[in-house]
Write a protein that binds this ligand. Structure first.
Ligand code: SF4
Length: 318
């Protein structure tokens, strides 16, 4: 059943909900994790804000909490559950899925393996469902994708679901054949960035540097001064001496950078770069997941064990 997303709230309503959440969090001994792409009002009540892998690792280490509220999309909460299977992990809105993750099913991996009939390892991005991870050999993140592929020491890999991240790996490791699964997997948010719009913004801020996520199209990556994962972009934003920075990634990260570094100016490289899936979580739903302890992530044991193996392999290789 689709959950209703409430209309925009006043600052007073936000403050009231945040107060309710903080009180419930204490009573329930809950730990709240929020992805950088969540609205700032959710990031403000989180115990930790981070990228998908960083948050899952934090979930693994949060042994003292009684439950974790994972304000992100479904695959992220699943990854947290895989790394900390005994923990009660709740997602505020179970409809918050990731269209990129949905583009690579376990069945597609099996069919591709059969089609090639060669022993080619399957590397999947953490932005995949638990079933897909279970069907793969190893997972990767946007920051370690090239290292994982390099350390496999093979000449060919299947790589999914993000084609642009696969091309980025190929650029770093030109001797490795990177076969995309599916052929054209993409994140609809990162695909929206284009060179013409960035050049227009640059006319207004000629001194600006451009930073881009590897899920962006190759031509956007080519004109960027820096290409890196969410965590790397956060680090770049902190360290750079540039006053103006044009950012090609989801709006939530740009809001966060402007919040953390008010002396600098981070400019979203495209107004429409908003992940509506991430924004399906709201303060009301965070409150309700705490109050009713609802929308728990459950993963069947067989899927869990295989998916865990693929994630642990990534840690071994990096
Ligand atoms: S920004 Fe793209 S990859 Fe991230 S959750 Fe949204 S659709 Fe998925």
């Amino acid at each position: 059943m689709a959950l209703k997303i409430p209309a925009k709230k006043t600052p007073e309503e936000i403050a009231k909900l945040q107060q309710e959440i903080r009180k419930l969090k204490k009573e329930k001994n809950a730990f709240i994790l929020a992805h950088y792409y969540q609205e700032l009002e959710i990031q403000e009540i989180a115990d930790l804000v981070g990228d998908s892998l960083g948050l899952s690792e934090a979930a693994r280490d949060a042994k003292d909490a009684k439950m974790i509220i994972f304000a992100g999309v479904h695959f992220m909460a699943e990854t947290a559950k895989i790394l900390n299977p005994k923990m009660k992990i709740l997602i505020p809105n179970p409809d918050a899925g990731c269209p990129l993750a949905d583009q690579c099913s376990a069945e597609l991996i099996e069919a591709t393996r059969k089609e090639y009939d060669e022993d080619i390892p399957v590397v999947v991005y953490v932005n995949t469902t638990a079933e897909t991870k279970a069907a793969a050999d190893v997972t990767c993140t946007s920051s370690n994708a090239a290292t994982v592929v390099k350390n496999l020491g093979v000449k060919k890999v299947f790589f999914g679901p993000d084609k642009n991240l696969g091309l980025y790996v190929k650029k770093t490791l030109p001797d490795v054949e990177v076969i995309p699964i599916p052929k054209n997997g993409h994140c609809y948010v990162h695909r929206r960035f284009d060179v013409a719009t960035i050049n227009e913004i640059k006319k207004q801020y000629p001194d600006a540097v451009v930073i881009a996520h590897p899920e962006c199209n190759p031509e956007v990556q080519d004109i960027a001064d820096f290409v890196g994962s969410t965590a790397a972009m956060i680090y770049f934003g902190k360290e750079t001496e540039a006053k103006n920075v044009i950012v090609a990634t989801e709006k939530g990260l740009v809001d966060r950078l402007n919040h953390d570094h008010p002396e600098k100016n981070f400019i979203l490289a495209k107004d429409t770069a908003i992940c509506k899936n991430m924004k399906k979580n709201t303060l009301e739903l965070v409150r309700d997941s705490l109050l009713y302890e609802q929308h728990e992530i459950i993963i069947p044991k067989e899927i869990h064990d295989k998916a865990e193996k693929a994630i642990l392999r990534m840690f071994e290789l990096t």
